[in-house]
Write a protein that binds this ligand. Sequence first.
Ligand SMILES: [Fe+2]
Length: 147
Amino acid sequence: MHRLSPTFARLERWIDSQVRRFAQELQFELGGQRLAMTDCWVNVMPRGVSHGLHLHPLSVVSGTYYVSVPQGSPGLKFEDPRLDRYMGAPPRSEPAAVRNRIWVTLPAASGGLLLFESWLRHEVPANPVRAQRISISFNYGWGSTKG
Ligand SMILES: [Fe+2]
């Protein structure tokens, strides 16, 4: 989308600046190369639609810009990447502190931007409300060039 539409290209420029800040915060050593948007797509989720657990292979940073998030529609649910190493660990108290949870859901809000490292598995639970949940998701690659 960012290569076809001037509106999406403008959004890309803004997200680029946020991804640069994110990369600095994570202390990425990029070796003189840059992170660049490789994919960008629109998600329209009517009532009952979910997006199952997944990650974004071959990307470095992924994220979502929330266009329209009706009240009551879900956030983005992340899985602790250590989950397969917990083995005999006991369950956590309910409600557990965020730092101790295996699953953490970050709320979505219209106009908000959420960035995360692409190896972090995540899902969007089913939208329980009638109004559509609309977002724009994207991936950034390392050493990519604009096409
Ligand atoms: Fe995703």
